[in-house]
Design a protein around this ligand. Structure first.
Ligand code: ZN
Length: 87
């Protein structure tokens, strides 16, 4: 089952949160627009192109790791808050 992230995530959904399904917003070097791409996709193929101007955007490994860490922190906080609610 594909997980869709909404602000109304249930506890069950929170436990299933998959980091690969989170999107990172990358600024386009061509037009400055933020281009969103899923972490799972960036892991396997870090080259994306901007839908607005067609410029190619390459995320470097450090940047990707930082993004993943930030998302992991958010997920931990989310899980912790759901745990509190469960008791
Ligand atoms: Zn662009």
């Amino acid at each position: 089952m594909l997980l869709s992230l909404t602000t109304n995530s249930t506890e069950r959904d929170a436990m299933k949160l998959d980091i690969d399904n989170h999107e990172l917003a990358l600024p386009c070097p061509g037009c400055g627009k933020k281009v969103e791409e899923k972490i799972g996709r960036l892991r396997t193929n870090p080259d994306i192109s901007c839908p607005s101007c067609g410029a190619s955007i390459k995320i470097d490994a450090d940047e990707l790791n930082q993004g993943i860490k930030a998302v992991e922190k958010q997920l931990d906080a989310l899980r912790a808050s759901f745990k509190k609610f469960g008791k």
